[in-house]
Design a protein around this ligand. Structure first.
Ligand SMILES: [Zn+2]
Length: 309
């Protein structure tokens, strides 16, 4: 196999760990960008905090080009193939789970901010549940789509960084933190704009899950170079803890293991479609069961943190 690395001046090399600043790292895995460019990217691991991070990575001005795939369904709402057909069904179940969680964690009428609001589906559901929520989104195309599809107003992500001290009771990032170039700046502003004892909800894929271990470089949730970081529970809890937050709870996203396994099977392309679906169902259920019985390392986890007063 010929491995080549896409390289241009717009590529950013991280000499230091973006979480803890340590300059010692090891090469962890080389993954292909199956979603868009077909290029290969290296995932490094910090020897200190164990964070996995993509480096070199496209810089913030260049990364937009890597989101142009039709597979990026959270933005495009397209319905082609089994994965994209299943997506709206799973999305509906998942959004209900998210809204129930919000209702449980904060009193009604508490203010919420959602970072990386995508097509606005979650923002609309939270508004309907009776919470004032502001959704922030980097893609102008997604902001337009949210208005057209769900009649939901989203704000450009830059405006989040101008929000005042202690403005929100709860901030949510659903599969978003792994996309943010300005990791430290964003977490710092989240700390500033969240009220005392405010709730921070972060959902990210888990590279310590059984499905990640099985699929290795084909694991779809590595999703390089769009995913800049790959957070194990250990690395994420350490990072968020360093911003003076306490972990309250972790919850599984049970559908993610099968969804990610379906994509991973497609990337491996070793078997017929029917076999791929069978394998993905098996791997998805196996990953969830292994996490439930032994490790808690589900394919994706929702972390609930509270800002210390
Ligand atoms: Zn580190």
């Amino acid at each position: 196999m010929v491995v080549f690395f896409y390289f241009c001046p717009c590529m950013e090399i991280l000499n230091e760990c973006p979480a803890c600043g340590t300059n010692a790292k090891i090469e962890y895995l080389t993954c292909k960008d199956f979603g868009y460019s077909g290029s290969y990217f290296t995932i490094n691991q910090c020897v200190s905090c164990k964070l996995l991070f993509t480096s070199p990575r496209p810089d913030a001005s260049e990364i937009g080009a890597y989101y142009k795939s039709d597979d990026y369904v959270s933005h495009t709402n397209k319905s082609k193939g089994i994965i994209n057909r299943l997506y709206p069904i799973v999305r509906n179940i998942a959004v209900n789970q998210k809204v129930r969680l919000i209702k449980k964690l904060i009193p009604k009428n508490s203010s919420v901010a959602d970072l990386g609001a995508g097509n606005g589906y979650f923002v609309k559901a939270v508004l309907k549940a009776g919470f004032p929520i502001k959704g922030y989104e980097p893609s102008l195309e997604a902001i337009k789509l949210a208005k057209e599809t769900f009649n939901t107003d989203l704000h450009p992500i830059e405006t989040f960084y101008t929000t005042g001290n202690e403005e929100f009771n709860c901030i949510t990032l659903w599969h978003v933190l792994e996309h943010i170039h300005t990791l430290q700046e964003t977490l710092n502003h989240i700390k500033i704009t969240l009220k005392k004892n405010g709730i921070l909800i972060i959902a990210v894929p888990n590279p310590a899950s059984k499905d990640a271990e099985y699929y290795k470089e084909f694991w779809a949730a590595y999703d390089v170079p769009r995913h800049l970081y790959h957070f194990t529970p250990e690395a994420l809890e350490k990072l968020i803890g360093s911003f003076n937050f306490t972990l309250l709870d972790k919850k599984p996203m049970l559908f993610d293991s099968t969804y990610v396994s379906l994509l991973s099977e497609r990337y491996k392309a070793k078997s017929s479609k029917a076999v791929q679906i069978y394998n993905a169902l098996y791997r998805g259920i196996h990953s969830n069961m292994h996490a439930a019985i032994y490790t808690g390392n589900y394919s994706s986890l929702i972390y609930i943190f509270r800002k210390n007063s």
